[in-house]
Ligand binder design. Structure first.
Ligand code: AMP
Length: 304
């Protein structure tokens, strides 16, 4: 089934205890698309400026399932750029700068050939843009969105409008608390469901993820990664969403148990992303490695 993603294509600068990466390919849309492309073809709707490095385009085109027809280049504009720094245990990070660039302009256009998309993921960007884009997919079967602290702070009203039209929301535990003032992830997710979506996924980093759905509740552990393998957690959340939506679009299913399996694929995908900076690890995995890690994950979570 056709999967579409819209969000940021960014130039990231990351400082971590493991090293630094300057001006590398990043952005919510890039991580999502790269991860999803291992499970289903994915169409990209986004915009970059004239300063977008040719090497970043080349890197994105190495993901064979990623369709870049909907990627607009605006020669006079500048690309979204983000800088972040991780603290010692890699669980906490601070944003050093956010340069909105093209995000302050008109939203990217959806090519006519994308209008029939059935699975829609609105990766992190301004919620008014997410809503505008959502309405351009009349045949959608499943629409899911992500958000983050910046948008909860500066565009809450737009976010609440968006939630009314969504099937699903993916947030991390801090965002869930920020949205609902509930510190317990399950209670926070139940509050978010009251705002419109049929299901909410709350990501809890190294503590896994929970799914609150109108048909049930599920909890999933994180992949038991050795901290020596964690190089850069940037994009873990977007890769998680890419794995989940890639699995759903690949199977064409949207029921509770399929979403639960989707969460496991998301977890596996994120576990690869964090092993290298930028999209470097996602670029080298193959289906065999994915299946192997899924098998390891299934064994680790098995309850006799
Ligand atoms: P994650 O680590 O999954 O939260 O996502 C990190 C990615 O999100 C980075 O590659 C950034 O370029 C991108 N990003 C950071 N801030 C924003 C924002 N406010 N809106 C959209 N994307 C963002």
């Amino acid at each position: 089934m056709s999967l579409i993603v819209t969000g940021t294509i960014g130039i990231d600068t990351v400082h971590a205890p493991t090293g630094s990466a300057e001006k590398v390919l990043g952005g919510s849309c890039a991580y999502f698309a790269a991860a999803a492309s291992h499970l289903a073809p994915v169409r990209v709707v986004g915009a970059v400026g004239g300063d977008w490095p040719a090497a970043h385009r080349e890197q994105l085109t190495t993901f064979r399932g990623v369709d870049l027809e909907g990627l607009e280049v605006r020669p006079k504009s500048s690309t979204f750029a983000w800088g972040g720094r991780y603290f010692d245990n890699m669980n906490r990070r601070e944003t050093l700068f956010t340069h909105l660039g093209v995000l302050e302009e008109a939203p990217p256009k959806v090519p006519a050939s994308y209008r029939d998309s059935r699975f829609v993921f609105l990766a992190n960007t301004h919620p008014a843009v997410q809503l505008d884009l959502l309405r351009q997919f009349p045949s959608r079967q499943l629409a899911v969105a992500d958000t983050m602290d910046l948008w909860i702070n500066i565009a809450r009203e737009d976010l609440l409008k968006l939630f009314k039209e969504l099937d699903g929301v993916v947030v991390n535990d801090q965002e869930a608390t920020q949205l609902t003032e509930r510190t317990n992830a399950i209670s926070a997710a139940r509050e978010i469901v009251k705002l419109g979506p049929s299901f909410v996924v709350v990501k809890k980093g190294e503590h896994g993820a929970i799914l609150v759905h109108k048909d049930g509740t599920a909890a999933l552990p994180a992949f038991p990664a050795d901290e020596r393998h964690v190089v850069d957690p940037t994009g873990a959340g977007d890769s998680f969403a890419g794995g989940m939506m890639g699995w759903l679009a690949g199977t064409g299913r949207t029921d509770f148990h399929s979403i639960q399996t989707g969460l496991a694929w998301g977890t596996v995908m994120a576990s690869f992303t964090i092993e290298k900076f930028s999209l470097d690890r996602l670029a080298t995995i193959d289906r065999h490695q994915l299946d192997q890690r899924m098998h390891q994950f299934r064994s680790a979570a098995r309850i006799a």
